[in-house]
Design a protein around this ligand. Structure first.
Ligand code: A3P
Length: 267
């Protein structure tokens, strides 16, 4: 699918399993990269475009229609792209490229619940138990669009251990728990660390506020289209506890534990 994609050395690819917080990662990355250009936030790109409009998915937007799309609009460097594909699916494309990849991982049970609400919202349906049960089975069997979630996560996790300069492995829960530390980690990885002056001037908090769920959800640009709204829901850690039965919890936990065994990665 991405056969025609020739990454540039400076490209940045934001990768995630769907419903892991991709929108947040996109907003934060845009805000980090933009800060050299925007002295004030009054005309910030995040105020006039949804984060998905600013950082397109390679497989869903850029290469969907053609294997040689016109990339002229990505002339400003670094180019920012995103993907939901597992790393092994992009092996050929990325194998000789030093471009940076940021992977955002989220608790599997929260990802499932978020997917359930998202699927229901885009089909304009109530989130029913029967849909949740069907999606739960699909998660457990790995029979879903982007493949088994454990293979997805592990593909990036292993690469991040092999080459931490190329792949930064981030966790949604850590971003929620210590956003300042995590955004600084992201900025350093991307090669644009906060200066002392920026920190003293409160820029870290300003970016976090700009990209907060509450703020993005309330922006006209994200309220205007139903589809854009669906990317912003609760953003809570552990929301699955409100919906999964103890049996579902145990089954998913056991599968994930078994699949991640020996990898050093824990949920
Ligand atoms: P919930 O459905 O649990 O609320 P994605 O961006 O990969 O589609 O993931 C969507 C999930 O990220 C949703 O989770 C959504 O609410 C949450 N989210 C979106 N924007 C966010 C932000 N700025 N901060 C924290 N979470 C955010």
């Amino acid at each position: 699918m991405l056969a025609g994609f020739k990454p540039q050395d400076t490209d940045i690819i934001l990768a995630s399993y769907p419903k892991s917080g991709t929108t947040w990662l996109k907003a934060l990355t845009v805000a980090l990269m933009e800060r050299s250009k925007n002295q004030s936030f009054d005309h910030h790109p995040l105020l006039s475009d949804n984060p998905h409009g600013l950082v397109p998915f390679l497989e869903l937007h850029v290469y969907r229609e053609s294997s040689s799309p016109n990339l002229a609009k990505f002339s400003s460097l670094p180019r920012l792209f995103s993907t939901h594909m597992p790393l092994h699916a992009m092996h050929e494309t990325l194998k000789d490229s030093p471009c940076k990849i940021v992977y955002l991982c989220r608790d599997v049970k929260d990802t499932l619940i978020s997917s359930w609400f998202f699927r229901s919202a885009i089909h304009k349906m109530e989130p029913t138990r029967s849909l949740l049960e069907a999606m739960f089975e699909a998660f457990c069997n790995g029979t879903i669009y982007y493949g088994p979630i454990w293979e997805h996560v592990l593909s990036y996790w292993r690469r991040s251990l092999e080459d931490p300069k190329q792949v930064l492995f981030m966790r949604y829960e850590e971003m929620k728990e210590e956003p300042r530390g995590q955004i600084k980690r992201l900025a350093e990885f991307l090669g644009c660390p906060f200066t002392k002056e920026e920190e003293d001037n409160g820029l870290v908090n300003e970016i976090l506020d700009l990209c907060s769920l509450r703020n993005l959800k309330g922006l006209e640009v994200n309220k205007a289209k139903r589809f854009s709204q669906t990317f912003f829901r609760k953003g809570e850690v552990g929301d699955w506890k409100n919906y999964l039965t103890p049996e579902m919890e145990n089954k998913l936990d056991m599968i994930i534990q078994e699949k991640l065994q020996g990898s050093g990665l824990k949920f």
